[in-house]
Design a protein around this ligand. Structure first.
Ligand code: MBD
Ligand code: FE
Length: 282
């Protein structure tokens, strides 16, 4: 008997929605004045679009049924993180010193296995993909190493799927919390992630197809790097020569975040170094 496991937009959307509910939505409270200001402006922007573009009832009803489907497919986290989060991140990190951040996206899960450096991320015995040695140092803005800094990493596999959001992948596959050594150095063995395609069979995919856009993000590693007394940075790293660096559907690429891996001398895959610089807290 063979069991075929298929990734569906609705299943990964449901997981992302549940994840968001349990991690983040509880603490989110916004005061009356801000809600008034922001909701008034956002609603006006939509109403202005209707007026300026002379939107028809057919178009209005298409929007209404599409919005209903975004919810049904659990794709609000995906929609917001793909098309809006980059602006929120830009505002949040406008004055930050040290390494560049970028968006978190919908697929972070806190509490991944803690691993001492040198670490190998949890992966299957036959994990597909090119082995990647990702290493570097965590320092403060004066270049002083931060011993014991925490490098949380999560990324898609060689097929572009994330554990806990696509079926049939071990729970913590390609996710880990790596503790740097006393010199702030970290060393992580993993595999190169594949470019990521927004699920095409859900509401977001429908928007992309209807608008004639493409659904791709360049291949990327997600990271959260932190240490006591320093500001946590949420970022992503990309790979040189990826055809989607210049047209990421999530608008989350910055030139400082592009890695240039090289072949390892022993022929066992690729390697690349990247140093993180953490701003001090407060
Ligand atoms: C991803 O992997 C991602 O990083 C973002 C931002 C949105 C959708 C999928
Ligand atoms: Fe991602």
């Amino acid at each position: 008997m063979s069991v075929e496991i298929t990734a569906t937009a609705a299943a990964s959307g449901a997981n992302a929605t549940e994840r968001f509910r349990s991690d983040k939505s509880v603490a989110a409270e916004v005061g009356t004045e801000r809600v008034n200001a922001l909701a008034t402006r956002a609603i006006k922007a939509l109403a202005d679009t209707v007026m300026e573009e002379e939107v028809t009832y057919d178009e209005y009803n298409a929007l209404k049924s599409w919005l209903i489907r975004v919810g049904e497919d659990g794709e609000w986290p995906l929609f917001l993180d793909v098309w809006i989060e980059h602006a929120v991140e830009e505002v949040a990190n406008a004055d930050r010193e040290g390494s560049k951040g970028t968006i978190e996206g919908p697929y972070y899960v806190p509490g991944s296995p803690v691993l001492a450096t040198p670490a190998t991320l949890p992966m299957r015995d036959d994990e597909p993909g090119t082995p990647l040695l990702f290493q570097g140092r965590v320092t403060d803005i004066n270049g002083e190493p931060i011993g014991g800094a925490q490098v949380e990493i999560w990324h898609a596999d060689d097929l572009g799927f994330y554990s806990q959001f696509a079926p049939g992948i071990p729970e913590w596959n390609l996710r880990g919390t790596v503790i740097a050594d006393s010199e702030g150095d970290y060393r992580i063995n993993t595999v190169q992630p594949a470019p990521y395609q927004i699920p095409t069979d859900g509401a977001c995919g429908e928007l992309i197809a209807s608008a004639g856009w493409h659904a791709w993000r360049p291949a990327h590693l997600h990271l959260k790097v932190s240490a006591p007394g320093h500001q946590l940075i949420t970022t992503q790293l990309y790979f040189t020569a990826d055809e989607h660096l210049s047209d990421d559907i999530a608008s989350a690429v910055k030139p400082e975040l592009v890695l240039q891996p090289e072949d390892k001398a022993d022929g066992t895959g690729r390697e690349v170094s990247y140093d993180f610089v953490l701003a001090s807290a407060g």
